[in-house]
Design a protein around this ligand. Structure first.
Ligand SMILES: *Cc1c(COP(=O)(O)O)cnc(C)c1O
Length: 408
């Protein structure tokens, strides 16, 4: 496949890129939508061709764990959207995080990680890395002095997520980058909550961006997948080591579904964000809501980065109910339309209880330190009519009010 046939116009606006960037235009029938190459392997025209493909002397596909035309199209599109020249699509978001980090550390190395990250990322860096002799320090990366003190001779990478689960804590990527810029330390950013349409970590110094494509990028709740974006050298290192030999490659079918999902990313994000604002307005007017964490709230720390690092607040809100864990559970059990499910970025509004669900891999001490209380609830606002989402929240809060009045 000649790369000239791929649309790679970096001058397009993101709303156009999500539809056209990296599209292959080599289908013999002129199909508008790129065909799905649902194949595990590729035929060589001769023994010589097979030999030269394995030797890397000739471009072309060999086997879908190593590369596939459908996957490659997704990789071109995501690389363009994040502003890098390459990308590697993976089987899950955790597959992306594991492959992107493990490619650059070895036993005896040290890494620094933001203290607010996804539960399984926390488990990967604290438990798995420890088994292989890689030491991780979890710190507040907004504390420049602390970061400087934590860095060691053998620090190989800094990993962060912003905004981060579940209270939407933000990290100023540029400030972190400034501290490590003159050292051989890779800065890796999990951009799942923002998508490249609302935040491009590369502009602020990130070397590598990872995503759970399961969330907004795919957007339809029917795929688990991930993506790693970076410069060509880093991506080829990842593809040639942790992806090739540990094998968390994406399935072509999932890549194809994400390409379909991406086409509506821009319009979906607008609706997600509008709906989140409406839900926030509703929650902030309730006396039975003790605290709200939402980057769009005037008093949230994210406001300092708004317009600078992030162009919008996203569609995830966390809040604490008045009362105890029993009441939080009663509330969750009385929702009718809103689905009690982890994940985010789907058409359906999803709600969950971080302490016992997404953040259960944290130790109780780590949870307390991160401020994840037993009454904290996270809502990932979907694409339904805002009024219907709010009506469901309201009736469940009313059910709680009645129940607690009776038991009082
Ligand atoms: C969901 C998620 C992950 C993990 O992605 P999977 O696709 O579930 O493996 C990583 N980081 C963030 C911020 C997530 O929300």
């Amino acid at each position: 496949m000649s790369s000239d046939s791929n649309n790679n116009n970096n001058n397009w606006q993101p709303a156009t890129q999500v539809i056209h960037a990296g599209a292959a235009h080599d289908d013999p029938h002129g199909a508008l939508t790129s065909p799905l190459y649902q194949t595990s392997t590729f035929k060589f025209s001769s023994a010589e061709q097979g030999t030269s493909r394995f030797a890397g002397e000739e471009e072309g596909y060999i086997y879908s764990r190593l590369g596939n035309p459908t996957t490659a199209e997704l990789e071109r599109r995501m690389a363009t959207l994040e502003g890098y020249d390459a990308a590697a699509a993976t089987a899950t978001g955790m597959g992306a995080i594991a492959a992107a980090t493990m490619a650059f550390v070895r036993s005896g190395d040290h890494i620094v990680v933001s203290d607010a990250i996804y539960g399984c990322s926390f488990a990967l860096f604290s438990e798995m890395f420890e088994r292989f002799g890689v030491e991780a320090d979890f710190i507040d990366l907004n504390d420049e002095g602390l970061l400087k003190k934590t860095l060691k001779e053998n620090t190989r990478l800094v990993f962060l997520e912003t905004p981060a689960n579940p209270q939407l804590k933000v990290v100023d990527i540029e400030k972190v980058h400034a501290v490590i810029a003159d050292r051989d330390i890779r800065l890796i950013v999990d951009n799942t909550f923002m998508t490249p349409l609302m935040q491009q970590p590369k502009r602020h110094g990130a070397d590598i961006v990872v995503h759970s494509a399961t969330k907004f990028l795919n957007g339809h709740g029917d795929v688990v997948a991930g993506i790693i974006c970076g410069n060509a050298d880093d991506i080829s290192e990842i593809k040639g080591t942790t992806l090739k030999d540990m094998g968390a490659t994406i399935s072509p079918h999932d890549a194809w579904l994400i390409l379909r999902g991406l086409k509506t990313l821009d319009v979906r994000m607008q609706r997600h964000c509008e709906n989140a604002d409406a839900v926030y307005q509703f929650l902030s007017g309730r006396r039975d809501i003790k605290k709200i964490y939402y980057p769009g709230a005037p008093d949230h720390e994210a406001q300092a980065l708004m317009g600078k690092q992030m162009s919008s607040h996203g569609a995830v809100i966390a809040f604490e109910l008045e009362g105890d864990e029993a009441k939080a559970r009663y509330f969750l059990n009385h929702l009718r339309m809103i689905a009690l499910a982890v994940s985010l970025g789907d058409a359906e509004t999803l709600i969950q209880h971080p302490a016992s669900m997404t953040h259960s891999p944290y130790t109780p001490e780590a949870r307390a330190k991160a401020g994840i209380s037993d009454t904290l609830i996270r809502i990932a606002v979907g694409l339904e009519a805002a009024g219907d989402i709010i009506a469901d929240l309201e009736q469940a809060l009313e059910a709680c009010r009645v129940q607690w009045q009776q038991s009082a």
